[in-house]
Structures are given as C-alpha cells and as structure tokens.
Design a protein around this ligand. Structure first.
Ligand code: MG
Ligand code: MG
Length: 267
C-alpha cells in the first residue's frame, strides 16, 4: 500500500532528515585513512541520539550497526567493524534516523584520501544519476521515469545499474511501497502525486551490474570485484516539485560533492 504524507508528516520527516544530513556531514568530514569503520559508526550513533533521534538501521532485520559502511567493491550493507580505511579507497556511508516515528534515509560515497581519476568519475556520475532521478519527481510523472532517467545516464557513461536493490517509499517504515528501481521504462509504474515520499538511491557499478552477498549475510559486493558507488536522498513530491528532506550543506565539502541537486528541490 502506498501512503501519502500530510504536510505535517513531511515537516516531521524534514526534521528527521536534518539529523540524518547533519550527522552524515560530520561523518564525511571525519573520514580519513587509518580510521576504522567502527569509529564512524560510533560517531553516527552518538550524533543521532544526541539530536533526539534513533538510528533506524540498528536492529533493522538484525543489522548490528547504525550505518552501513561499504568499501570499494562493496555496493551496500557493509557492516562497520575493525576494517581500517586506506587512502585510495571509496567508502559508501548509508545512514537512517527515526524521529517522532518517521524515518529519513540518505547515503553518500566519499573518497578516502586521494583516489584515482576512474574512481572520481564513478562518484561524479553516480551523484549526477541521483540528481537526474530527483528531477523526475514531479506530479504526473511515473516511478518508471525516475529509473529510466537514472539508467540512461549511467549506461551512457559505460556503467552498470544494480538490479537486485532499489529505492523505496519511506515514512513510518524505512521501506514502504512503492519500490523505485534505478532502471525501467519511462511512463510506467505508479503515478507521482504530492505527498509521496521516496528514497532515491542509485547503485552504480564500474563494470558488470551483477552482485552477490558475502557470507556475513549482509554485504553486497560486485560480482566482478570492480568499484561501486551509492548516493541517496529522501525526497517529497510536493505541489512545487521535489523537495529533498535530507539535504546537506553542499558548501561544506565542495571537493566531494560536485553536483548539487536541482535548485528547486532545495526544501
Ligand atoms: Mg539508505
Ligand atoms: Mg534506502
């Protein structure tokens, strides 16, 4: 069942999203070679709780941490732990906050120290994919328009689009209907209406889009071992177009985030 959110609910989700975006910004600034992914997770949990929120991921289907920390060929759902980050790696951080019963969900992939030009290009294109997907979130468009736009951009650049994992509705639960694939046919699927809140999250691979799950039961990796990147925002469809509820201050990390969301989407 697809639930539309009232203006009041969207306002609560925006407050939830502000915690998510603020804590994610802190984590992005903290990332450096030599630190463990567990340190980042502890920083995230403390930040969310101090702001009055609850880390949505912790305990979700038994997930043991407050963030997912996925390195290089790990696409999503990496479990934070003793792994120490090294210069040249890509780190995807996925984070969710529950505030007053409403969830916000956001992710970024950041460079650890200096990265290769090829890795930089993957980050840029994945971020562009998110921006392009968000721009489709207007009244009268369909869920398929989002996926079709993301897929076209990624594949034009020679990249793969993961099929097994998709974006989703978000609200009282982290994963609500509808599913929002990062691929598909324009003009198909649910029609977008004001009050719909979606998490758009392109997962883009340098090589084949095929993935597999590691024996920890969580970590999704590329089947060919090549790099992957993941960017995500929680966005409301409004009368005035898309509004990003997890918007960060992009001026805080200009070297990391080169592609700002569409101007009108800034809530
Ligand atoms: Mg997420
Ligand atoms: Mg999500």
């Amino acid at each position: 069942m697809v639930t539309l959110k009232s203006a009041r609910e969207i306002e609560t989700m925006r407050r939830s999203g502000q915690i998510t975006s603020r804590v994610l910004t802190q984590l992005m600034k903290a990332v450096r070679p030599g630190m463990s992914t567990r340190e980042l997770d502890e920083l995230a949990e403390r930040g969310i709780r101090e702001a009055g929120g609850v880390p949505t991921f912790k305990g979700y289907s038994g997930f043991p941490a407050s963030i997912c920390a996925s390195v290089d060929d790990e696409v999503v759902h990496g479990i934070p732990g003793a792994r120490v980050l090294r210069a040249g790696e890509l780190l995807s951080i996925d984070i969710g906050t529950t505030l007053d019963g409403y969830v916000s969900d956001s992710a970024v992939t950041v460079p650890v120290g200096n990265i290769s030009q090829a890795a930089r290009r993957l980050l840029d294109v994945t971020q562009e994919c998110l921006t392009i997907g968000i721009a489709q979130m207007r009244r009268g468009n369909h869920v398929g328009d989002i996926g079709a736009a993301v897929q076209a951009h990624a594949e034009r650049q020679g990249y793969g689009v993961v099929r097994e994992l998709v974006g989703h509705g978000v609200g009282r639960a982290m994963h609500e209907e509808p599913q929002v694939p990062n691929y598909g046919e324009a003009g198909t699927g649910l029609e977008l209406r004001p009050g719909l809140v979606l998490a758009i999250e392109p997962m883009i691979t340098q090589g084949s889009p095929k993935v597999r799950i590691l024996s920890d039961g969580w970590t999704v990796v590329t089947a060919d071992g090549k790099l992957a990147a993941h960017f995500e925002h929680t966005i409301a469809v409004t009368e005035d177009g898309p509004k990003i509820l997890t918007l960060r201050d992009y001026a805080e990390h200009p070297g990391v985030e080169r592609y700002r969301p569409p101007r009108e989407a800034i809530a």
